[in-house]
Design a protein. Sequence first.
Length: 137
Amino acid sequence: MALVSRALGKTPIGPYQLQAAIAAVHDEAVSADETDWPQILALYEVLERVSPGPVVTLNRAVAVAMVHGPRAGLALLDTLDADERMAHTHRLEAVRGHLLELAGDTVGARASYQRAARMTASIPEQRYLALRAARLA
């Protein structure tokens, strides 16, 4: 954290410094519940201005959900549906499943987890996502 603080204070802020700051905030938290989500969200908002892209928006959607509720995060995810760069990755559906689960929509969450599992070529990720879906059956 000290290295990140020094780097943020002395050089122009770039994507790597912001990513390091986000990682440091996560690292400081004892658990996900104790994460400083407002700070994470603020850092993602700056990162999105400095280095915009669908993966940054995807991650920001999680932070939005943790600060403003899962429906707010889902609304941001919806902006990525038409982004061709996200069409061939399972990550959008995996995050959607997680946020739908947080919102209490177990049917929608299960369907998203199942879609994500079908989209990934990684066997461990397929198993993980299939287990997430099965828990909601």
